[in-house]
Ligand binder design. Sequence first.
Ligand code: ADP
Ligand code: ASP
Ligand code: MG
Length: 399
Amino acid sequence: MLIVQKYGGTSVGTLERIDEVAKRVIKTKDAGNDVVVIVSAMSGVTNKLIEYAEYFDKNPSEREYDMLLSAGERVTSSLLAIALTAKGYPSVAFSGRQAGIKTDDFHTKSKIEVIDPVAIQNALKDGKIVVVAGFQGVNKNGDVTTLGRGGSDLSAVAIAGALKADLCEIYTDVDGVYTTDPRIEPKAKKLDKVSYDEMLELASLGAKVLLNRSVELAKKLNINLVTRSSFNEHEGTLITGENSMEGVIISGIALDRNQARVGIRDIEDKPGVAAKIFKKLSQKEINVDMIIQNVGKNGVANLSFTVPQNELDKAVSALNNLGENLNVESDSDIVKVSIVGIGMKSHSGIASTAFETLANNGINIQMISTSEIRISVIVDAKYGELAVRLFHDAYGLNA
Ligand code: ADP
Ligand code: ASP
Ligand code: MG
């Protein structure tokens, strides 16, 4: 079999951990498989590099920022290849560019356009273990790009797709996908299986155990994706095309701390205003979510929406420079708590349980949005974890 394994930051967090990873890779190789390994930066390194850049400039040149951040993954990939070779297993480390990962031009959050896997395939043919630096690629100018935070998951799935791998294993610091973040609710249950759609929703709503874009790609390419721990031998979670167990209404609760609310007061209630505002934000590549506009009164209306916290400054300044004299306010002390389940489609009363649960505990809801398989609420940041635990209990998910 051809197996792609990805190891996240904690899994390669120390030299001892890299040694443990090397042993696991060797075990997979010894079982007769070809192995391609994707690695993250050692835990804390990416944040440290960002801190270094910001020491000089709060808004550093994005090209240089990508050059800098990509170094974290290159360190780990080289060290792992050295460790494997030292144990008698010839290995080769590749940067994103050397692995043939071609991206678009959007520095700091590039999309993979195509992968040319020839170099990886040639190294495999030579019997080598291939170790690829995650989170990075190269644009058409030959400049290094990065894929956005958590992007090594995407590197792994994309490489698995390009190589037509039999299996893509994502090794991390928990046993798999749980009904909610086990660090917030110790009673969370590990799921043996979860559907691509539910996982995509959970990941998009804050469950960072898998990057949402990696799930999206795995679904598109129908890749066998497994998340499991690099710290033990427990079976992980299989992410598949099948819908999860019959009869399960709610599959999980997610918390997204990276949200901020933007409010615009007293905007003129006439056609075209919202279009102008959101066009500007999309030109700036800002991801807008949860839009609420109230019914206009006396010719004016109020508009609120959420954006990722790290895009808030960019959003506010774009709106202030729109030339419309907008009355813009913002609040980054909020979180989004979401309830996800495909079974919701055919059940009623799910939303009212959520609202009652929060009301009974004195938690005010600032915004609400729903889809067929999800309910999200915005609440004060200090209530985020409590809301997760209350929902986890209210929907019967406690183990
Ligand atoms: P890695 O560095 O391996 O990529 P991450 O820190 O990105 O790991 O993701 C793993 C973390 O995701 C876990 O430590 C856990 O706290 C968090 N997490 C959030 N939601 C969930 C969930 N539903 N199931 C499992 N882990 C979750
Ligand atoms: N090192 C990068 C990050 O911390 C990418 C990754 O780990 O997936 O976001
Ligand atoms: Mg991650």
